[in-house]
Design a protein around this ligand. Structure first.
Ligand SMILES: [Zn+2]
Length: 183
């Protein structure tokens, strides 16, 4: 947090000096901040406001996210979040998702698009689940040749090289328009 960051309730001016503007209120004595942000004083009007920073979009427990797999480890994947409950986010927050219990060879590959449900926040890490029917891979490619894959019973088959593979597929797999899948 920058040092000049103001917190809700902080005194930002006296009411003799200034009037309360955006994200500010006067308590009859002082003008105080009603939000986190930076103090902004309009010299002419003598209106003091708090300029609210663009907040990081942190998903809440139970939110449905869509993101791109950033890393695949032996027992978990890391996902860079692009959508929270169908709304785009640019803050590039990551979550992790355990994959050990799934007994699937390749739950997801790097750069796959997946949809997950947020489970909890633990020690600064956001944990998500993939084990519900609607959760899992929305878009993937052939691991061998990068070709298009189509579902075949519980597996995936590449239409180019015929490689058969597994993923934890979402029940919405193959529905290309991810953004319409609002949580
Ligand atoms: Zn292939």
């Amino acid at each position: 947090m920058p040092e000049d960051m103001i917190f809700p309730g902080d005194e930002i001016a006296s009411i003799e000096e200034c009037e309360a503007g955006n994200n500010a209120f006067d308590d009859g004595d002082m003008v105080r901040a009603a939000a986190i942000g930076k103090k902004e004083l309009d010299q002419e009007s003598r209106i003091v406001s708090i300029n609210h920073p663009k907040l990081l979009s942190i998903p809440k427990v139970g939110d449905i996210i869509i993101g791109k797999v950033a890393a695949v480890m032996s027992s978990m994947i890391a996902v860079s979040i692009d959508y929270i409950n169908g709304k785009p986010t640019t803050s590039k927050v990551e979550c992790v998702c355990g994959t050990r219990d799934l007994r699937i060879r390749n739950v997801a590959l790097v750069n796959d698009i997946v949809t997950l449900k947020i489970l909890n926040h633990l020690n600064g890490t956001i944990h998500a689940a993939i084990n519900e029917r609607s959760l899992g891979v929305l878009f993937t490619k052939c691991r061998k040749c990068g070709g298009t894959v189509v579902p075949m019973r519980d597996a995936l088959k590449c239409v180019d090289c015929a490689w058969i593979d597994e993923r934890k597929l979402s029940s919405n797999f193959g529905n290309g328009d991810f953004v319409k899948l609002r949580g």
